[in-house]
Design a protein around this ligand. Structure first.
Ligand code: NAP
Length: 250
């Protein structure tokens, strides 16, 4: 087994995922840059440095997932950290305003194909990638799984009548993150008696492509809590949902 720990970040060719990959490389990980477009992944890996390599990985494509898992085993021989970062917020035209996205996700009108496509990536993709990589994570001295969720998916926050954001609790992206939280807890419970820790994290509203770079947080700020969870020691928690300020309600 190589001495250096290995991390795989899905959707790491840009945005918060790329920053998480950079930060883990800076903390002495060999980093696998998951990207559905291998050329974009290679560009991103080059920007990180010598200990980063691109892996073609479309989280909605079982053949791609299986090939990536096989490659990790053959080329790296180990996997210590899996960051399930890849996600989509909508299937509609790029550049839609936040108001248009909120409108398109209202449960009374949301196109069911959109809801399915977003769940396919944000929920089923996470289950499929995690299942494929669990055998390697089980062999690791300290397997860590970090799922990029969102406070927008919190049932507790959105059920509060005074919530300023409940307008945004649509049936597409927000509900997919609620489901992802359930998936996170479910994996954490099953794996509670192993060395693997599974946690969900909200990076905060961050300037990236899905919100037309309107978020106030930088990717550097957004990556901090996911990276902290990726580096938890054996006394760290499992089955939690948090942001940089602390625990979030499910
Ligand atoms: P982003 O810049 O759009 O990055 C998303 C990444 O996911 C891209 O690399 C994208 O690849 C990839 N991806 C999408 N579908 C994929 C698929 N089927 N297979 C593999 N990769 C796929 O978005 P971001 O803002 O950095 O988001 C990162 C994570 O943070 C997401 O889980 C998001 O929900 C969460 N989050 C973000 C914010 C925010 O304000 N930005 C807030 C809360 C939570 P392509 O380049 O090929 O499209």
């Amino acid at each position: 087994m190589p001495n250096k720990p290995v991390a795989l970040v899905t959707g790491a060719n840009k945005g918060i995922g790329l920053q998480i990959a950079k930060d883990l490389a800076a903390r002495s990980f060999s980093v696998l840059v998951g990207s559905r477009d291998i050329k974009e992944g290679e560009k991103a890996a080059q920007s990180i440095g010598a200990d980063a390599r691109a892996v073609q990985l479309d989280v909605t494509d079982q053949a791609s997932i299986a090939a990536a898992a096989e490659r990790v085993r053959k080329e790296m021989g180990r996997l210590d950290v899996l960051v399930n970062n890849a996600a989509i917020s909508q299937t509609g035209k790029r550049g839609a305003t936040i108001d248009q996205m909120i409108e398109a996700a209202r449960p009374s009108v949301a196109p069911r194909d959109d809801v399915r496509a977003v769940f396919e990536t944000n929920v089923f993709g996470v289950i499929a990638v995690t299942q494929a990589l669990l055998p390697l994570l089980r062999e690791a001295p300290a397997g860590r799984i970090v799922n990029l969720s969102s406070a927008m998916g919190s049932l507790t926050l959105n059920a509060d009548p005074s919530s300023a954001y409940k307008e945004m609790f649509g049936v597409t992206y927000a509900a997919s993150k609620t489901a992802l939280n359930a998936v996170t807890l479910s994996f954490a419970l099953e794996l509670a008696n192993t060395r693997i820790k599974v946690n969900a994290v909200c990076p905060g509203y961050t300037a990236t492509a899905p919100n037309n770079f309107s978020g106030p947080r930088t990717v550097e700020q957004a990556a901090r809590e996911p990276v902290r969870l990726a580096l938890l020691d054996e006394n760290g928690p499992t089955g939690t949902f948090s942001n940089e300020d602390g625990p979030l309600p499910w």
